[in-house]
Design a binder for this molecule. Sequence first.
Ligand code: NAD
Length: 394
Amino acid sequence: MSDPVPGPVVTVCAVRETAPGEQRVALVPESVPVLARAQVHVLVESGAGAAACFPDSAYERAGAQVVSRDEAIGRAGILVCVGTPGPDLIARLRAGQTVIGMLRPLVQPDLARQLAAAGVTAISLDGLPRTVSRAQYMDALTSQANVAGYKAVLVAADNFGRFFPMLITAAGTSRPASVLVLGAGVAGLQAMGTARRLGAMVTGYDVRPETRDQVESVGARFLELDSVASAAGEGGYARALTADEQFAQQAELAAKIGRFDVVITTAQVPGRRPPLLVTAEAVKGMQPGAVLVDLAASSLGGNIEGSVPDQAVMAENGVRIIGAGHLPAQVPAAASTAYSHNVVALLAELIRDGTLTIDPADEIQAGVVVTDQGTVIHPAVAALLGPSITGDSR
Ligand code: NAD
């Protein structure tokens, strides 16, 4: 007689996101059978997928159990979110539960302190070491940046009063739009490729010289600037520029930006305010009808002077500046599907023999596990909080 098949031992619940404008969901129906095969019992808070066009019935058909928020919090061992859970949810989590999301612990370390004090294990996908090859499947920063880069071009095209491609018609010929993308990371390269596919003339720039080949490989021209020779930092990221370098870069960009119809900015430096690349002076040099889209626009600042998060602002000279720091939430079905695949890959990594196994010595876990057993164990987050948090908060 064969051994009995053991029943599910881990209960995971995708909760409904409550942040304003958030339309994504952390698990999509197609992930439910994948998790079930790994002996994970899947709960979904009622309505969690509705804004991303995944109704409760689709989860039920896939084998998940749709539950109320109370039941989700009461029964789930692991709660999965896209962004930071709201204060109401955080206040109700109890010791021994785990929360997985993009928790931005370096930006909001107090959340880590709160979760540690409650005995909640916090796992943040935005801390993933991105150069570890087996981590690629879990890389939510990449999956969401891809969506943002794609959508940024659609937003720009939608707000631009002319065509992106060259069109030759009986009514005349239109020249292709000239698009500049600043920052050639994941979002920037996706924006360049998407703008090319729409027929625009595309130029890209980054402070890491190794991006030149990547920019050219998506069909864009690399913009040469003399002001910063190289600002390659650690782990494939850029370092912050010195004040002198930043000033020189802004001045050089200002002199060149006026000839572009569309500028999309994607520059980030980990753990820092986004660098200011486009000054008000540079915006003044652009033509009426030009469009700027700032993917870095958030409460921390942005790449474009005068950009306001989640708003479009018209400058005096008829140039439109769009603060677009939350674009993945505007492509919710695709962004959720990719994010859900990342979560499933992470769970496969963390659940061993039917148990969530925390091992801070593992190189992936060292990046993503923020709190465990009442302590903030992520060194960079613990350092932000000061010495009293490590070991003392149990
Ligand atoms: P990011 O979001 O941190 O920054 C976006 C881009 O802004 C970066 O290319 C950065 O160099 C650039 N930037 C910063 N300051 C700038 C300035 N002052 N002027 C112009 N550009 C500036 O980057 P990201 O998209 O998260 O990618 C970071 C790195 O991770 C890249 O090297 C990328 O190739 C790498 N990555 C690797 C993998 C992998 O190996 N599997 C996966 C994803 C990303």
